[in-house]
Design a protein. Structure first.
Length: 530
């Protein structure tokens, strides 16, 4: 992710932030405050200031946690002992503005601070880009466990500090014996440095690999018999899935895809069959000439090589175990319905499957109204970089320094999604393929329990407008189905309305959730398979 310079603001931080008072950030669900809350939170982490929590006067929020920090009742805070910072006026004595005007000539407080306004995430001092919703993933994996960092570089030490700032139970560092002996390491910042082999005696702990020797550390963890996501993870970027360890690739038409299982030797991952002849697909079952071939398309909620547990296409394949069926899972994290159209034309049609199943919706709802729905992020960044950098003078004259994204699309995100579903179904019908589309469930459009509410409020998409848009998406589909039937489109957006403890974040679910999805899709297609 590049560090974009847009929306840059410089100011002086309130000096009270650096005092020994307990520190809180004003929390309000109103969208006006949302980016302010995130940006102040980023500042606390970036400048390594310990945050005690958030403060609010709304009873519905008091007691909940966001970013592993509790929301407390602002009315019980003493202004002599605590400070609540905000970027707008809040009518409580304990509240103070996060930025202040300092009299000219006051050398003690004349340093200006800069942050980059990006709701997705922020840069830590090491240059690591941390997405805000990664903290929810960290909480799910690290909470109540002793946490260790494998590495002793400055980067590793700083990452350990961020772990402590987020209130995780950090216990110390691990390093290779040769490095400990050569550098005579005993402790860093008051925390012990031990040989990585000593982790064999740690029953409940988890190791975060940080530093420049990631490949070597992963290999060592594998040699010691430790399983990825069970006993260790990577710090850069922190995630609960395999997206950043499998072999991903740029895709000339789609922007991104994957071509292999893992780029780290020694990383023990579940066996998922990715054939070089079929990049961007995981194969469930043994393909035979006479087998019934099903292709699934979608984003990360369909992706068959993203998490350590089974995806819904894998579970659906198991439901079909008594039939001669092969499932080719073409889900790729980040894909929208527009990606799926291109992938269908380029990759699926030549495969000549008997059935195509599309499971999507979330990525389309959160992408904004698509002015250029077939202009994909990673491909666009490459074109932006390449424009004007061609060495061949003839090529420069032929293409110029600009790039074209096609004719502008005037419709909404729902219009684009429904158009793509119609197109996919029409193409499949022309080739005698059965085609089914399923609108996926989303956390933001269901009644939430306490834990789900915390996930929702810690997400990058925590806006009441987003909730409205996803509800509208569901309503528009129901309206279109009444008008045009759309018998090939099924609405699964309410499948978890009465189910809890399935969401890991605002759209991804655990294996329990995937089983429910697989069962719902299986019930629709089971009688169509010969």
């Amino acid at each position: 992710m590049t560090n974009r310079m847009e929306n840059v603001e410089e100011y002086v931080l309130n000096p009270q932030i650096f005092t020994k008072k307990k520190k809180y950030i004003w929390f309000d669900r109103n969208e006006i405050f949302r980016k302010d809350i995130l940006n102040i939170f980023k500042l606390f982490l970036f400048y390594e200031i310990y945050l005690d929590g958030f403060a609010s006067d709304h009873s519905r929020d008091i007691g909940l946690k966001i970013f592993h920090k509790e929301i407390v009742d602002i009315t019980v805070l003493d202004e002599n002992e605590a400070i609540v910072v905000a970027d707008t006026d809040v009518n409580y004595a304990v509240c103070r503005p996060v930025k202040v005007r300092i009299l000219e000539g006051n050398a003690e407080f004349d340093t200006k601070y800069t942050y980059y306004d990006n709701a997705e995430g922020f840069y830590l001092k090491t240059g690591t880009y941390l997405r805000v919703y990664r903290i929810t993933e960290m909480e799910r994996l690290l909470c109540d466990k002793p946490v260790f960092v494998y590495g002793t570089s400055d980067e590793a030490a700083r990452f350990a500090k961020y772990v402590r700032l987020l209130d995780f139970h950090f216990k110390g560092f691990y390093e290779d014996y040769e490095t400990i002996r050569a550098e005579k390491l005993e402790e860093i910042d008051g925390y012990p440095v031990n040989c990585i082999e000593d982790f064999l005696y740690e029953e409940n702990g988890i190791v975060i690999i940080s530093g420049c020797h990631t490949g070597q550390a992963v290999r060592k963890m594998g040699e010691l018999g430790f399983q990825y996501l069970d006993k260790f993870v990577l710090s850069e970027p922190f995630a609960l899935h395999y997206l950043f360890v499998r072999q991903n690739a740029l895709d000339i038409n789609l922007g991104n895809s994957f071509v292999g299982i893992s780029k780290y030797a020694g990383l023990r991952l579940p066996e998922r069959n990715i054939c070089q002849e079929y990049p961007g697909f995981c194969v469930c079952g043994e393909y035979k000439r006479d087998s019934y071939k099903i292709v699934t398309l979608g984003g990360s909620t369909t992706d068959g090589h993203l998490f350590g547990f089974k995806s819904w296409p894998e579970i659906m394949f198991e439901r079909l175990a008594d039939r001669n069926v092969t499932v080719w899972n073409g889900g790729v994290a980040g894909y929208t319905s527009s990606h799926e159209v291109i992938k269908f034309i380029r990759d699926v049609l030549p495969m000549k499957p008997d059935m195509v199943i599309i499971f999507d919706g979330y990525n389309d709802t959160c992408q904004g109204n698509p002015v250029h729905p077939y202009s994909f992020l990673y491909a666009r960044e490459i074109f932006e970089f390449g424009a004007g950098r061609m060495e061949d003078e003839y090529v420069k004259q032929q293409i110029g320094g600009q790039f074209c994204e096609g004719i502008s699309f005037a419709g909404s995100r729902f219009d684009n999604w429904i158009d793509n579903m119609e197109l996919l179904h029409g193409l499949a019908e022309l080739r005698n393929m059965k085609c089914y589309s399923f609108l996926q469930p989303m956390l933001m459009s269901k009644s939430r329990d306490m834990r789900e509410e915390e996930i929702y409020m810690s997400s990058r998409q925590f806006y009441e407008e987003e909730l409205y848009l996803q509800e509208r998406f569901r309503d528009k589909l129901q309206s279109r189905k009444r008008e045009n039937a759309y018998e090939f489109i099924y609405d699964l957006s309410s499948v978890f309305d009465d189910v809890h403890d399935v969401y890991m974040d605002i759209c991804h679910v655990c294996e329990k959730g995937n089983k429910i999805i697989a069962d719902a899709i299986y019930d629709v297609i089971k009688n169509e398979i010969r």
